[in-house]
Ligand binder design. Structure first.
Ligand code: FAD
Length: 342
């Protein structure tokens, strides 16, 4: 087990509600670390609707999902939160009163006095293509994300999909892979036009292959892929050689490991009381889309309010000996000093 990273607060989920919570916690001198499964911050705003406008953030008549994420990142900069992206918190264990040990699927261990679950609709997980026996190759020859490009050097890679991820990885891996084949159901792509143009130029130059159809079977043994059977749109069936397959069929949201942390759940949501949005386990809070209470609305602005109230109670756990004096950012010189504006 690796050495534990010690922090006042661990926030699971770097969506908008988790991000703003780091601001409220920072004002009260609490240090935060974030873990998020995605390789970027912003949760649903950045992953599902980065370019769509949001019209109901108080005081901001219109902002895109990515614009709000960027603004929140700017706002929490003075508090230097640390981000651990591309990792999922798998286990949570109570080891003190309160003190928690949390581990990620990458083997990282955290010890925190307060745990904030800001996991939204749960974890984004890749959609698995309906290919019989694909599970046997997952993690060895079939990968749903590219964590390290070097892994694919000199590989015979089959990329499956027609969106931005499929096109981006086709183009990024092309220079290092032995050969790339892109497979999509039809000759139309839901990706940035210039990526599609680049891909078509590589195909025209004989530098990669484009196939239209679907994978119906995989061949290989002991997790090592040797080929894929493709049913073409003209019903032809062909086998192609490949040792790696990268399916990019989008993401789906599942509750994921939150269900195994010993916290009370109600219809896949975490019930909380509404004075501090604390769960049934003292020291573990839930804010944003993941929580439930009478009258709950899944709006970003509600999650912001929840983060502010949560921080007041979290302060009692992190600094049990200190009295908390309520202050406004407008008039408190000590808060302004923390924000670097005074
Ligand atoms: P999320 O944004 O869901 O972020 C949760 C994060 O937690 C994710 O990044 C996830 O990867 C991570 N996570 C989950 N489990 C784990 C784990 N075990 N380990 C590590 N990380 C984990 N709301 C509005 O207020 N106004 C709007 O106009 C609006 N428009 C919307 C439009 C669309 C198309 C959609 C889909 C939603 C919209 N919403 C809107 C809802 C809004 O996006 C959500 O309320 C908001 O994103 C919730 O924020 P959150 O921080 O609670 O969770």
């Amino acid at each position: 087990m690796s050495d534990a990273i010690k922090t006042d607060v661990l926030i699971i989920g770097a969506g908008p509600c988790g991000l703003f919570a780091a601001f409220e916690l920072g004002l009260l001198d609490m240090k935060t670390h974030f873990v998020d499964i995605l390789d970027k911050v912003g949760g649903q705003c950045a992953e599902l609707y980065p370019e769509k406008p949001i019209y109901d953030i108080p005081g901001i008549p219109q902002v895109s999902g990515q614009g709000l994420t960027d603004a929140l990142m700017e706002q929490i900069k003075p508090f230097h939160p640390t981000f651990h992206l591309g990792e999922m918190v798998e286990t949570v264990e109570k080891i003190g009163d309160p003190l928690f040990r949390c581990t990620t699927d990458a083997g990282k261990v955290f010890e925190c006095k307060v745990l904030v679950i800001a996991a939204g609709g749960g974890s984004f997980q890749p959609k698995r293509p309906p290919v019989p026996g694909i599970e046997a190759y997952e993690g060895t020859s079939v990968h749903y994300a590219v964590r390290k490009m070097e892994t694919f050097r000199d590989k015979n890679v089959l990329v499956v999909g027609g969106g931005d991820s499929a096109l981006d990885w086709t183009l990024n891996l092309h220079p290092i892979a032995k050969r790339i084949t892109l497979l999509h159901r039809r000759d139309e792509f839901r990706a940035a036009p210039h990526s599609v143009e680049q891909m078509r130029a590589l195909v025209a130059g004989g530098k990669m292959d484009l196939r239209l159809g679907q994978v119906t079977a995989l061949s290989g043994a002991e997790g090592k892929l040797t080929g894929a059977t493709i049913k073409g749109n003209d019903n032809s069936v062909t086998d192609i050689a490949c040792d790696t397959m990268l399916p990019f069929f989008g993401l789906t949201m599942k509750l994921g490991p939150v269900a195994n942390w010993g916290i009370a759940l109600e219809n896949n949501l975490v019930p909380v009381e509404t004075s501090a949005f604390e769960t049934n386990v003292p020291g573990i809070f839930a804010i944003g889309d993941i929580n439930t209470y009478p009258g709950k609305i899944k709006l970003i602005l509600c999650g912001f309010h929840e983060g502010a109230l949560m921080s007041q109670k979290a302060h009692r756990y992190v600094y049990p000996e200190k009295r908390l004096v309520f202050q406004y950012t407008t008039s408190s010189s000590s808060l302004q000093k923390k924000l670097g504006v005074n």
